[in-house]
Design a protein around this ligand. Structure first.
Ligand code: NAP
Length: 329
């Protein structure tokens, strides 16, 4: 899908307008880029639901944000993206009657040293970063549909464009390499977004993906040695290597009034490590109809969740998937 949203050389979070009519749910809202994204959304009046797996860290984040913005409208949602049961349980009350205007699929893990699995047996990185968010978005669809024009923002990474991120052997069952699993998960974030955008076609809801550039956060906790030294050096060289700076693309994609559904946005600065957000060009081989349809079907098969965002659109609709789906169910 082509990005048509204009580049915005002067955009900054100060331009975020009044969000008091918005309810935003952000995964990984207790830490790093998610916390900084939540901070700006709350400061501008949004009702923010901080989603995370540990109540203590969520409560700590709420206290920090309230100190920053007294009167901020904040709630917490305990959800483990590595457990389909947890996702279903946490989503149910929201799906039953609440409205969500903005879902920011931000949480993530990276560089897990050994192949570990989620509660459902999926490789942990893809299981958390992609399948967890696939399931969460599906479960929250009723709440998103209640909004006038909901938006789903999914946080990917530049690693999505690495050759090692090809989606075959999605769960690294044949061979596990930590950063390849991360690249797969981040490619899946973009392909998921593009396919979701196709399936939302004709609805007021939009889906966009972003990458934050580079920032020192807890994400690098497993990256001992060379990688972490390289990241630290790069971060020090950049103007906005902070989590606050890295939140700009998410905030931009979440709040600019008109955005191209299916678009991908990242920092415009040198090497896209930091700077004002802009549309980012994707490699040619990414996001074909066939890849999108395959990932969707595979994610449905693995999670057991039939995810049909458009009321009139069936998952095997030939308009979305011109005869190339591998239906493994
Ligand atoms: N930092 C960078 O340079 C960079 C670059 C490219 C892309 N990104 C992306 O940016 C996003 C945010 O990362 P960050 O840098 O802010 O890292 P971070 O500070 O480690 O935040 C990651 C968040 O994800 C949460 N999380 C992890 N596993 C979870 C699970 N099973 N269930 C629920 N929540 C879970 C973490 O919760 P806990 O606190 O409980 O662990 C934490 O809140 C990620 O998607 C990452 O891939 C970051």
């Amino acid at each position: 899908m082509v990005n048509r949203s204009p580049a915005s050389p002067h955009w900054s979070p100060e331009q975020v307008g009044d969000l008091s009519d918005q309810v935003a749910l952000i995964t990984g809202g207790n830490s790093g880029i998610g916390l900084e994204t939540a901070r700006v959304l709350a400061r501008h009046g949004a009702h923010v639901l901080l989603a995370g797996r540990r109540p203590d860290t969520l409560d700590h984040a709420v206290a920090e944000l309230r100190a920053d913005t007294p009167g901020a409208r904040l709630d917490t949602l305990v959800v483990d993206l590595g457990s389909l049961a947890s996702i279903a349980e946490a989503s149910a009350p929201l799906a039953a009657g609440r409205t969500i205007d903005l879902l920011i699929n931000n949480a993530g893990v990276m560089n897990i040293p050994d192949r570990r699995t989620t509660a459902d047996g999926f490789e942990l990185t893809v299981g958390t970063n992609h399948l967890g968010h696939f399931a969460l978005t599906a479960e929250l669809m009723p709440a998103l549909r209640r909004a006038r024009a909901a938006r789903v923002v999914t946080v990917s990474a530049q690693a999505a464009t690495w050759r090692s991120g090809q989606l075959d052997d999605l769960l690294s069952e044949q061979r596990y390499r930590a950063m390849h699993a991360y690249a797969k998960s981040k490619r899946a974030n973009i392909v998921f977004t593009q396919e979701l955008a196709r399936r939302l076609s004709g609805m007021s809801m939009t889906a966009v993906a972003v990458h934050p550039g580079v920032a020192m956060t807890n994400l690098q906790r497993h990256s001992a040695g060379l990688l972490s030294r390289a990241v630290i050096a790069m971060t020090r060289r950049t103007l906005m290597g902070s989590p606050a700076g890295a939140a700009w693309p998410s905030l931009y994609a979440a709040t600019i009034p008109d955005i191209t559904s299916g678009g991908f946005f990242g920092p415009a600065g040198r090497d896209q490590t930091s700077g004002t957000p802009k549309p980012v060009k994707l490699p040619r081989d990414m996001g074909s109809l066939a890849e999108g349809a395959w990932l969707w079907a595979e994610s449905e098969r693995l999670t057991g969740i039939r995810f049909e965002p458009h009321p009139t659109c069936r998952a095997d609709d030939r308009r979305l998937n011109p005869g190339k789906t591998t239906d493994r169910s």
